[in-house]
Design a protein around this ligand. Structure first.
Ligand code: NAP
Length: 315
């Protein structure tokens, strides 16, 4: 990092964070985005983005990330690696110390929390034991290990259905295991998936465990209607059973709801003056790249209004 003091530090670097950084630097703020991983968050791990406006043919998540990053950098936004351990309210009017787990302390007038969410684990014994040995939460990262093999995908939401479709291009066969008899995913995602001949759906099926000694050899499922149990032989299991917000490091600072999401108002302001939250880390109605981008822009415009004492534009 070039400096130790910024107008704005954004924790995270997904689409909301990068849009916020772009708007805020363009408005004259010095901005640093800090991320403990690669830029782009979940967007960068999405094989193909089909519904982001302006890209009629679709665009890879990786390329969209690179474009958003370049756009923020063009106005002067800085990026750095950093795992934020604590945000300290300095008790003055909106000034914060941002502590990383390597002991670095950065000062900022405002902070945006854009840490997003991580895949939810079901906590099954075999899921934990065989994590990284056939159990995965990221098809784009690990799909290639299963070329020509059978994999199971757990879940019935957009992520499960889209990633099952992605995996069907690589593996021999995908078995989608869903606990109900209808999918939660959008109809368009379902239609694409059901057209694939090598995807089979195990309806009304709850995964009970992941089986195998050194690596995944199968999963045990239970039919939720009949209670019948059976084993599906597979070499990989991809869990897409929802997401949990990454808010542990701010749980004693800002107000969270019962599920751990950050509570904000429509301006993305949290319960602490000067701290904003955007994207999947708060509880929005929809979780899309476009809605995260919108959150980031709203937060940046509000900071601009607050810091430069401009009247908000109406109409
Ligand atoms: P999600 O929509 O919450 O779906 C989670 C799935 O996991 C549901 O089908 C749920 O079953 C199942 N599930 C939850 N707990 C389970 C358990 N204990 N045992 C078995 N199954 C369980 O999560 P997501 O698919 O990760 O998506 C997260 C958000 O991102 C959503 O808002 C989604 O729309 C959005 N997203 C959008 C896109 C896109 O637009 N292209 C792509 C990916 C994600 P039930 O259905 O029975 O509850």
């Amino acid at each position: 990092m070039e400096k130790k003091e910024y107008d704005l530090i954004i924790v995270g670097s997904g689409p909301g964070a990068l849009s916020c950084a772009m708007y805020a630097t363009r408005a004259g703020f010095s901005v640093l985005t800090l991320d403990r991983g690669m830029p782009g968050g979940q967007m960068a791990m999405t094989e193909w983005v089909d519904n982001y406006p302006g890209f009629p043919e679709g665009i890879s998540g990786q390329e969209l990330t690179e474009r958003m990053l370049k756009h923020a950098q063009r106005f002067g936004a800085e990026q750095a690696y950093g795992n934020v351990a604590k945000i300290e309210d300095r008790g003055e009017d909106c000034f914060f110390n941002v502590h990383t787990d390597s002991g670095e302390v950065l000062k900022s007038s405002m902070v945006v929390i854009a840490t997003g969410a991580q895949p939810r684990s079901l906590g099954l014994e075999g899921e934990k034991r065989l994590n990284g040995r056939g159990v995965s939460y990221c098809a784009i990262c690990d799909g290639n290990f299963f070329k020509g093999k059978t994999v199971a995908v757990i879940g019935g939401g957009d992520a499960a259905v889209e990633e099952a479709t992605y995996l069907s291009n690589i593996v021999d066969k995908v078995v989608l295991v869903h606990r109900r008899d209808e999918l939660r995913a959008s109809q368009v995602a379902q239609d694409v998936m059901t057209a694939r001949e090598n995807i089979e759906i195990a309806w009304n099926s709850q995964i009970e465990n992941v089986l195998g000694d050194e690596k995944v050899e199968g999963i045990r499922i239970r039919n939720t209607k009949t209670d019948e149990k059976k084993v599906i032989d597979c070499e990989g299991v991809f869990f897409y059973v929802g997401i949990v917000p990454i808010t542990e490091f701010v749980k004693d600072l800002v107000e969270l709801d019962a599920q751990g999401f950050i509570v904000t108002n429509e301006n993305m302001e949290t319960s602490v003056c000067g701290i904003y939250a955007i994207g999947d880390v708060r509880r929005p109605m929809y979780r899309q790249i476009g809605t995260a981008v919108s959150d980031g822009i709203v937060a940046a415009l509000n900071m601009d209004v607050a810091m430069h004492k401009k009247p908000p534009r109406v109409g």
